[in-house]
Write a protein that binds this ligand. Structure first.
Ligand code: NAP
Length: 305
């Protein structure tokens, strides 16, 4: 445990949940006192909040508004209030409306599986008197995390692609595989580490809470429209495939290729590194492939996947 400069008392509503336990662990690591607050604690809520230096709301998205409403009177207009909800605009607005004291919206851009904030990003949305949260934001950065400031609206727009469409694409592939009854274990025997990595990304989704991921995908009309656009794009490409239209398919490929530009080279380099690490893990010995992979071709001149 690290000694906090000035230990704070933090009440986490949802402190026994997945993200609540993560936050509690990091706060305690830095020497702060944490009180997890759950559904059964409302009768003695005053004990949890009266002398708190910070209250954090981390409950399921569909419970967030009602919890904020119920919580606000216990904060006495004084206790700094933050939330970690994956959707920001309605909840930052709700906190500002319900609580006259300091307000900050946060969104940790990771799930509860991580061990610390190391290399993780946390989006922070200005509410009111955010200097009162400076110690907590410093803790995140001291722990190796990066705080990225955004307006709640900018955050929610960005999450359309960063979360909603991406989760939908992974879910669609996984759902298709389940329908086709793909033998996942067998498929791994026939595939390269890059397939394994892609299957890991898809499989990872199905290790999460379905309600949370449904809420993230359905959160705003903009997200639902973007997912529809993604699905229409798949249909458009599938029609080209169904026609056996090779030039048409190449034309679409090249169009996306031009869009990705230099980003494609970065992706190749970075994913190459991950494939090396995975290959080493699977083989139990170091992988010599870095130099070849950087050129994008293997020993036979074939493109590296
Ligand atoms: N999981 C992720 O990957 C992730 C990532 C980033 C952000 N988030 C956000 O973090 C928040 C929590 O997600 P989570 O996955 O940690 O959820 P979770 O594991 O389901 O935990 C939620 C907790 O909320 C508490 N709770 C529910 N209703 C309550 C009420 N009426 N009063 C008091 N406490 C109540 C429950 O406490 P008791 O069981 O003790 O009653 C439960 O432990 C969500 O807003 C989500 O958008 C999640």
């Amino acid at each position: 445990m690290r000694k906090a400069q000035e230990p704070k008392r933090v009440t986490i509503v949802g402190g026994n949940g997945l993200m609540g336990r993560f936050l509690a662990g990091r706060l305690r690591h830095f020497g702060h006192e944490v009180r997890p607050f759950g559904r059964r604690d409302w009768e003695r809520a005053d004990v949890f909040f009266a002398d708190a230096d910070l209250a954090i709301v981390g409950v399921p998205i569909d419970r967030t508004r009602e919890v904020m409403e119920r919580l606000a009177p216990f904060l006495g207009g004084r206790v700094p209030l933050a939330d970690i909800t994956s959707l920001k605009a309605p909840y930052v607005r709700a906190m500002l409306e319900l609580h006259p004291g300091p307000v900050l919206g946060l969104h940790p851009m990771f799930g509860p599986g991580v061990k610390s904030f190391l290399s993780q990003r946390v989006i922070a949305c200005e509410g009111r008197m955010t200097d009162r949260f400076a110690w907590f934001l410093r803790l995140i950065e001291e722990d190796g995390g990066k705080v990225v400031w955004a307006t709640p609206e900018e955050h929610d727009r960005m999450m359309t692609i960063v979360q909603a469409v991406r989760h939908f694409a992974a879910m669609a592939l996984g759902f298709f595989m389940s329908r086709e009854k793909v033998d996942l274990g067998k498929s791994l025997e026939f595939a390269s580490p890059v397939y394994r990595l892609e299957l890991d990304i898809v499989g990872r989704l199905f290790a999460q809470d379905p309600a949370l991921y449904a809420d993230i995908m359905l959160a705003t009309p903009e997200r639902r429209e973007a997912i529809g656009g993604m699905a229409r794009t798949c249909v458009e490409l599938a029609e080209i495939v169904a026609r056996g239209d090779r030039p048409g398919l190449i034309e679409k490929f090249e169009s996306a290729q031009r869009f990705f530009g230099a980003e494609a080279a970065r992706s190749l380099e970075e994913s190459g590194y991950l494939i090396d690490v995975l290959s080493e893990r699977l083989a139990g010995r170091p992988c010599p492939g870095h130099a070849r992979r950087a050129k994008g071709k293997d020993d036979h001149g074939d493109p590296v996947e």
